[in-house]
Design a protein around this ligand. Structure first.
Ligand code: LMR
Length: 338
């Protein structure tokens, strides 16, 4: 009896320590597009976040089974399912954070911008629903083309008089995760120890890892640097090609998005110095929307930390990417007008 009791009490103790926020907050997170390739692993990761008391999973089909499955996991987060557009408003009601992986993925040969006609309506529908059901929620979009989807959502929120630039995010954390991974491999260090801002947007040349600010230092010759830049910018396409028609990055995207949501939650919980790169409404460059390091707080963006100091190559890359970004943003504004 005694060893068994000891084991149980030690197990309980360790769980209490790791779940120390278990019952301290009642935060609802809604996942829109929860049955998809990103939505399912994302929901699995969020179900394990002790800061989330309720997880609302919404999609056009299949949410009942996924919710039943998730609900058997022995964490304190309760899971509720919502099916179809008609249940979107209920899914969003009282949500503090709305994460949106909904939408179609790329096929080989497609650019992210080719998804505008298929996925633009996701931004419109979700922004409209949020403006009515939970206008104070933080919104984190994953849907592509992200450079264009965020301006669409912002325009719709403006039309609905519910736009708060500090609460609307395009999730670009996967670009940071990839930069950490590839640089970590190249330097032979743990990728978790690599700190690097990735700025601009989330497509091709608009993705700009700021190598000059990398910690530990990433000092290589220009050929190696160009190769690394291209690998990070084309990493999404690398996965699309490897999946050969069966979609784009899902697991790494879910990992990156779950980390981003966790950072929002930590900041909502008054933790200091929570910094994440994300694509947001911005005045730090000529582009109206731009990804840069952000200091997060209880109400979303507390301070935009702006464009980090750049070296000459990065300055040139920034000039080029701004042109592309402005075009992507104009496409979004036009889309929202129609
Ligand atoms: C990614 O970066 O993996 C995603 O944006 C999906 C894609 O189409 O590349």
């Amino acid at each position: 009896q005694i060893p068994q009791l000891t084991y149980i009490s030690r197990w309980a103790q360790s769980k209490c320590n790791s779940w120390n926020h278990c019952f301290s907050r009642g935060i609802k997170v809604a996942v829109v597009g929860a049955a998809g390739g990103i939505g399912q692993p994302l929901s699995l990761l969020l179900k394990q976040n002790p800061q989330i008391s309720e997880l609302a999973i919404q999609d056009l089909v299949d949410t009942k089974g996924i919710a039943a499955d998730l609900s058997h996991i022995s964490t304190s987060t309760t899971v509720k399912s919502f099916t179809g557009k008609e249940e979107l408003a209920c899914a969003l009601e009282n949500a503090a954070i709305v994460v949106v992986p909904a939408g179609l993925p790329r096929k080989p040969g497609m650019n992210r911008s080719d998804l505008l006609s298929a996925n633009g309506s996701v931004a419109v529908d979700v922004a409209k629903a949020v403006s009515k059901a939970c206008p104070a929620a933080m919104m984190a979009f994953i849907t592509n083309p992200l450079n264009t989807v965020i301006p669409i959502a912002a325009e719709v929120l403006k039309q609905e008089d519910a736009f708060d630039p500090n609460r609307l995010f395009g999730v670009t954390s996967l670009d940071v995760v990839r930069a950490q991974t590839f640089i970590g491999e190249a330097l032979g260090v743990n990728p978790q120890e690599v700190k690097i801002p990735v700025i601009g947007g989330h497509a091709g040349i608009t993705i700009l890892p700021v190598f000059s600010q990398c910690q530990p230092e990433y000092k290589v010759n220009s050929e190696q640097r160009t190769k690394m830049l291209t690998r990070i910018q084309e990493a999404g396409t690398e996965v699309v090609k490897a999946k050969a028609g069966k979609g784009s990055a899902t697991l790494s995207m879910a990992y990156a998005a779950a980390n981003f949501v966790n950072s929002i939650l930590r900041a909502m919980n008054n933790e200091e110095n929570v910094i994440e790169c994300a694509y947001v409404a911005s005045d730090v460059s000529e582009a109206e929307y731009f990804a840069s390091p952000l200091l997060l707080g209880p109400k979303g963006i507390k301070e935009n930390l702006g464009v980090p100091e750049l070296d000459g190559c990065e300055e040139d890359a920034l000039k080029l990417l701004i042109k592309q970004l402005i075009k992507d943003i104009e496409d979004g504004i036009k889309y929202a007008e129609c």
